[in-house]
Design a protein around this ligand. Structure first.
Ligand SMILES: *[C@@H]1O[C@H](CO)[C@@H](O)[C@H](O)[C@H]1NC(C)=O
Ligand SMILES: *[C@@H]1O[C@H](CO)[C@@H](O)[C@H](O)[C@H]1NC(C)=O
Ligand SMILES: *[C@@H]1O[C@H](CO)[C@@H](O)[C@H](O)[C@H]1NC(C)=O
Length: 384
């Protein structure tokens, strides 16, 4: 190809992408308007919004819980009930229950804690259940977590942004960019079934920090950002309470904008991640049978980052998507009962009960919610 033809070719693809976006956008807004719900504030609809079902648009919601931790089961049950969620409980596993002969062989000379072994086994059991029951997609939750009372409407936008992100990946266009969804876009699919597109392996919706992929990482660099009133302002987004530096989100994106992008670089903790059927099979193979060297979340990060699939080209690479700030976070009880040693992203104050990144946390508003005071009775943890 002459340079000129190559340039024409590039321009052509650019135009094609533009047109397909415009079409997608038009379709989304039409559907939405036809259904009679043209509101600017769709993202702030009530917690029990029935447009997202009780399993958040996935086939199942699994919660991993050690039988001994009935306190966590109580709290999750209540938090889920108040948000209109339907959980499938999956028994956690303690490290002592996992014989070394059950581990992938490369674990032999590694120092792996008992806690890591138990957690690994618990996650593998869920992946196994997904394949056994032929489940198309499932969200896997840990049991010490929290979310905003507006979770369902938040997820509508995430689904929207994820579909666009996957669309960008599928278009063979190699240039990278940030796309901004307009404020009125969140309710776009509000009367439609929420789906998250196809051809993804992992949607990492709850974590304790994620980096944006660097240009040298071979991860896709596309970002979808959108204004979101349910996310705290810049002063509440710091890597940890004493950090002088701003959170990377503050530096690179406007205030109150959530960003959907590739997971992998620096994404840690698995408070909540969804897997597709394909993702479950790939993960059970790679992290269940082939390799086990460290904590499950670190292996998932590396897997998403392509560390285990270096030899694999393009479409066979794992497709992992995440959102910053996360929608699911660890809940910190009073006095920092958590045994997590390094809290990671978010503003942690161990002196008081809190949930980083969540403005109207369900856990911190159990009182008013149980009394039926609704959204108005709920306290915003992080006012601007
Ligand atoms: C929620 O929607 C998903 C996707 O359509 C579906 O697979 C799942 O069964 C639904 N859950 C419930 C509880 O209806
Ligand atoms: C959850 O879903 C199961 C299976 O569909 C159903 O039997 C159960 O009643 C549901 N629970 C709640 C609280 O909705
Ligand atoms: C699993 O579900 C898919 C559709 O989601 C179907 O095509 C396939 O036949 C099912 N497999 C089994 C073993 O039932």
């Amino acid at each position: 190809m002459s340079p000129c033809t190559a340039r024409m070719h590039y321009l052509y693809r650019l135009v094609l992408l533009g047109v397909s976006f415009a079409c997608l956008w038009f379709m989304l807004s039409q559907r939405f308007c036809l259904s009679g719900f043209c509101t600017e504030h769709g993202a702030l609809r009530s917690a029990n919004d029935d447009t997202i079902n009780a399993t958040l648009g996935f086939e199942k919601l699994f919660v991993i819980n050690l039988p001994a931790r009935s306190d966590r089961r109580d709290a999750m049950t209540l938090t889920g009930a108040l948000t209109g969620l339907n959980f499938t409980w999956s028994q956690g596993v303690s490290g002592g229950q996992v014989p070394d002969k059950d581990l992938p062989v490369d674990s032999i000379d590694k120092t792996i804690t008992k806690g890591n072994k138990g957690s690994w086994r618990a996650h593998m059991n869920v992946l196994q259940a997904i394949l056994n029951q032929n489940i198309s997609s499932a969200l896997i939750l840990e049991d010490d977590i929290d979310w905003d009372i507006r979770l369902k409407s938040q997820l509508q936008t995430v689904s929207h942004a994820t579909i666009l992100y996957l669309h960008l990946l599928a278009s063979s266009l190699s240039y990278q960019r940030t796309i901004t969804l307009p404020a009125s876009s969140p309710p776009g699919l509000s009367r439609q079934k929420v789906t998250y597109g196809s051809n993804w392996d992992v949607l990492w919706l709850g974590h304790c920090g994620a980096d944006f992929p660097s240009a040298s990482s071979h991860l896709p660099l596309h970002r979808i950002q959108y204004p979101d009133e349910t996310m705290p302002g810049p002063s509440h987004l710091r890597p940890h309470p004493l950090a002088g530096t701003d959170d990377i989100l503050n530096v690179q994106h406007p205030p109150h904008h959530r960003v959907v992008h590739a997971a992998g670089a620096g994404t840690i903790c698995t408070q909540a991640y969804a897997v597709s059927h394909r993702g479950a099979a790939r993960l059970l193979w790679k992290l269940g049978l082939e390799t086990f060297t460290t904590g499950f979340d670190l292996m998932l990060r590396d897997w998403c980052g392509g560390a285990y699939e270096k030899d694999v080209e393009g479409t066979d690479r794992p497709v992992c998507v995440t959102v910053q700030p996360p929608l699911f976070v660890q809940h910190y009880g009073k006095g920092g009962e958590s045994d997590i040693t390094q809290p990671g992203g978010g503003y942690i104050d161990r002196g008081k009960e809190m949930s980083p990144y969540l403005m109207k946390s369900v856990r911190l508003n159990l009182g008013p919610l149980v009394k039926g005071e609704g959204m108005e009775g709920c306290r915003n943890q992080w006012p601007d």
